[in-house]
Design a protein around this ligand. Structure first.
Ligand SMILES: NC(=O)c1ccc[n+]([C@@H]2O[C@H](COP(=O)([O-])OP(=O)(O)OC[C@H]3O[C@@H](n4cnc5c(N)ncnc54)[C@H](O)[C@@H]3O)[C@@H](O)[C@H]2O)c1
Length: 476
């Protein structure tokens, strides 16, 4: 089938590439010319400046050879297309409402093109963007106002997780399709023929409103798990020295009714979706006259979690950040992506700069370019001149006074050795991801360790505990 993907970001690009892999004739359309040029070049470095997802470049290269195209104009493509996927960004506004500007601009543009097409066959516009409940119906009205005939609308929310976008598009957990007419549902069934009747992938057909709501409810429930563990589990671990967080998790999640996903403590969940989607659902519930206090608490806990370790370092470790050099390890919101949207590091770095640090020594395997050009451009704020970037954790740590581990990159699990080789104690390690399995060794060597969900460990306390244990052993 011929399909157009409108918006080629983290969702549109993998979706278009995998649809091409499944044999469809795909046109990827975006208004960002530089981005489209980069994709067209098929050069790894240029593509990954925009989207860095494992396996994606190979699929693009292969499918580009077979006919996958990238364009900034679809005037001619519209004639014989059967489905158009809307993969536009839908960021939050200040009040939490969804900013629909990008989506609506694209919708009006498409409606105009469709109104002037000469072909008459059925075309479906499919919303993959996460959009407020009722948007599919709003799109139908826009199409009607423009006199675009024989065009259906459907909602098909995207559930992929960044870092696994290719896998998530190839073999999603479920496919949810919401449409009003059997004709439109049938077009989607043909499009997703590899998923319909799949033994493992659940294919659900429902109303557009239900499909739109499924996306919001799923994302806010996931964030609720995260905030539950951060708001309850982490606080318990920080209050009782002998409480073992990993055992707590195993003990609790051994109950098959309790999710293991989200059952961990961290410096908060980032990414473009969780924060934005929960704010949007809070706004939608308020608009409908309901009290969203549960969701508000979930959101607040998550945001608080992103910088409270800095407060703990000041109050518990009595660490004064003023004029200090702080290594920040991990800028992306999670491992295996370059995406920094809503990342914990963004908030932590701003908090550290606000406390007068002399230098932030930042390292991330993938996100440095984005950080420099987009998030911490010194032209936007002169304080960002205090951020230096390094090409390894070791280089960032060397000459620093403390380290803050913000992202769960696997390479940070073996950071203890790097710390021992690069800096001498006294030295504070703030661990927002509980990445150091051998932290006790570090404390024994004189380093201080402040983990999320755990009490502050200092060499003095470790020594006192050893003495206490020795006395106890002698008594017994
Ligand atoms: N990123 C994720 O992991 C994820 C997961 C599930 C759902 N979603 C949802 O999918 C949607 C897209 O998210 P994203 O992360 O891919 O966004 P993104 O910002 O990475 O990509 C959006 C793209 O749309 C393009 N665009 C903007 N206006 C346009 C127009 N008028 N015509 C054509 N292209 C236009 C932009 O240039 C950009 O390339 C959002 O609604 C998001 O909530 C995202």
């Amino acid at each position: 089938m011929k399909i157009i993907v409108v918006g080629t970001g983290y969702v549109g690009l993998p979706h278009g590439a995998i649809c091409a892999e499944y044999g469809h004739n795909v046109v990827c359309y975006d208004i960002d010319e530089m981005r489209i040029e980069a994709y067209r070049s098929c050069e790894r470095e240029r593509i990954e400046q925009y989207i860095n997802e494992p396996g994606l470049v190979s699929v693009i290269k292969e499918q580009h050879r077979r006919g996958l195209t990238f364009t900034t104009t679809i005037n001619d493509e519209i004639e014989d297309v059967e489905a158009i996927f809307m993969c536009l960004n839908t960021p939050p506004q200040r009040d939490g409402a969804t900013d629909m500007t990008y989506y609506l601009n694209a919708a009006h543009h498409l409606a105009e093109l469709l109104a002037h097409r000469t072909s008459t066959h059925r075309i479906v516009i499919v919303n993959k963007s996460t959009v407020p409940i009722g948007t599919a119906r709003k799109l139908a009205r826009i199409l009607m106002e423009h006199n675009a005939e024989n065009v259906g609308v459907a909602s098909n929310p995207e559930f992929l997780a960044q870092g696994k976008a290719v896998e998530g598009s190839r073999r999603p957990d479920r496919v949810v399709v919401g449409a009003d007419t059997p004709e439109d549902l049938q077009i989607l069934r043909r499009l997703y023929s590899q998923f319909v009747n799949h033994v493992r992938i659940r294919y659900t057909e429902t109303t557009p409103e239900t499909a739109e709501a499924i996306k919001y409810v799923a994302n806010t429930l996931l964030l609720t798990y995260v905030s539950f563990w951060n708001g309850v589990g982490a606080r318990l671990g920080e209050s009782y020295a002998n409480l073992r967080m990993e055992d707590l998790k195993i003990g609790v999640t051994s109950d098959s009714r309790i999710s293991t996903w989200g059952s961990y403590v961290s410096n908060g969940a980032g990414g473009s979706c969780f924060g934005k989607d929960i704010q949007s659902l809070i706004y939608q519930l308020k608009q409908a006259g309901h009290d969203p206090s549960l969701l508000q608490a979930v959101y607040d806990i998550n945001e608080h979690q992103k910088e409270y370790l800095i407060d703990r370092a000041e109050h518990e470790a009595v660490f004064n950040f003023n004029h200090k050099r702080i290594a920040v390890l991990g800028l992306a919101f999670k491992k295996r992506t370059n995406d920094m949207r809503d990342s914990a590091a963004l908030k932590a770095i701003k908090a550290l700069l606000g406390r007068g640090v002399a230098e932030i020594r930042a390292y991330d395997p993938l996100a440095v370019h984005d950080a420099q050009t987009h998030w911490f451009n010194p032209l936007d704020n002169h304080l960002y001149e205090r951020i230096s970037y390094f090409d390894s954790a070791e280089a960032a740590i060397t000459d620093s006074d403390a380290v803050y581990i913000s992202t769960d990159w696997e390479e940070f699990r073996s950071l203890s050795k790097t710390i021992i080789h690069s800096v001498q104690p006294p030295y504070l390690i703030i661990d927002g991801r509980r990445m150091l399995p051998d932290y006790e060794k570090l404390v024994a060597l004189g380093y201080s360790y402040l983990p999320v969900g755990g009490v502050l460990l200092t060499p003095e306390e470790a020594q006192a505990e050893t003495q206490e244990n020795n006395v106890l052993a002698q008594l017994l």
